[in-house]
Design a protein around this ligand. Sequence first.
Ligand SMILES: C[S@@+](CC[C@H](N)C(=O)[O-])C[C@H]1O[C@@H](n2cnc3c(N)ncnc32)[C@H](O)[C@@H]1O
Length: 466
Amino acid sequence: MAADVASDLLWSRLSELIARKTGLHFPVERYSDLRRGLVGASAEFGFADVDAFVDWLLSARLSRIQLHTLAGHLTVGETYFFRDKNTFAALSGHVLPQLIERRRNERRLRLWSAACCTGEEAYSLAILLQQCLPDWRDWRITLLATDISERFLEKARAAAYGDWSFRDAPSGFKSRYFTANAEGRYTPLPQIRQMVRFEQMNLVEDSVATLVPEANAMDLILCRNVLMYFTSSQQTHVVDSLYRTLSEESWLIVAASEGSRSLLPRFTPVTFPGAIFYRKGGEQAADTLAYDSLLVEATRFTAPPSPPPLPAPSVAPSVASPEPVVAKAIIDEPDALSLEARALADQGRLAPALELCDRWIAADPLDSAGRYLRAVILEELGEREQSRRALMHAVYLQADFVLAHFALGNLARGDGKAEESRKHLQNALALLGSCAPDDVLPHSDGLTAGRLKEILTSLLAQPTAS
Ligand SMILES: C[S@@+](CC[C@H](N)C(=O)[O-])C[C@H]1O[C@@H](n2cnc3c(N)ncnc32)[C@H](O)[C@@H]1O
């Protein structure tokens, strides 16, 4: 009995210490979770016995690194790309376009994925941003991603994800923005990886000002699925410091189960279908939309199609936006039309992109690239036969259009036409014969001849393609 009381006291002291140092909340009913985490941590700290480890924890003065290591064992590393599709639909349909408009003069954006875990959230944001901002290369963009756990951050930096991380990702997302390695893991394209900066940070104890100098000027913070693990006083403390970190008229996003008026009293809640975001600043600025009154269509996220889909040019996954596309006055000049069509396609605005493509083709009927982009968009819209016809037109106009042959092979393969597929894929492979491995294929958004050769060789070796 006395031993039980002593043990309870010990665990309650430990739980209090952990809450104070990391924010992580372990009430009595979660002591078994705490013990499970400590078993893993004790091994990493070199203890054979968890009780000895607990004694040591209560008497030691933990360094920052030790604290982070401990926290890494006590937290849940559950995350995936595009977790909560409503949140990402509202981001791409409203919040990012609006932030971009506001910052267009200075060409500067600052985004933060706080408690980023293994990086999926931050990379999803990078991809969305590149879709919404075709000229992102001309902007100064800070996309900071932080977590307390160095173990998770190492995985985020290594960026090699298994299929499970893509379980709720939009159709075509993986094939378009990732390359596969030999072990069947997927890494974001360099342009995506380079955009994200991973840093270790304890939300409860550290200040983001040590990581970015302009720490009071964030435009958007995602801090999702972490506040729920904190004690209520630590939640308030963290939310207060996030508030100070945001610039006026900027946004905080927490998970649906975490947001409440009592926790976020200084923010204005703004409702989107299936998601509530929190805006710093009570009054909506004149340049912003009347969000509450907008009807947002359900996002059309679908399971990824059978591999391999069209590699390029990139067409954003169909994240439906309720915002009417602002018609721009474009004279029917093929170059302008092609640029605009690609930009819209990159943003996932497929219907207007298709319309511009048709105008581009009408303005320059001999340009095979217009047919190819049209085919990519049509395929994305599920119009496979029309897509096939557009591709046939492209290779008719330009017989050595490697990507169009490849796309035809993929379409036929998806339709179960193995022989036809093999023929197109062989054509593509033969055409690559004259290319150097590092040659970037036209209209491909960075795909090299060497990489496509590998893909084609592997497809042609598969029985399904024969
Ligand atoms: C469930 S994951 C959330 C990942 C991502 N935000 C999402 O919603 O998918 C929780 C993350 O919070 C991190 N975490 C826990 N306590 C933290 C703290 N005090 N400071 C920073 N990160 C913390 C954990 O290491 C873990 O990676």
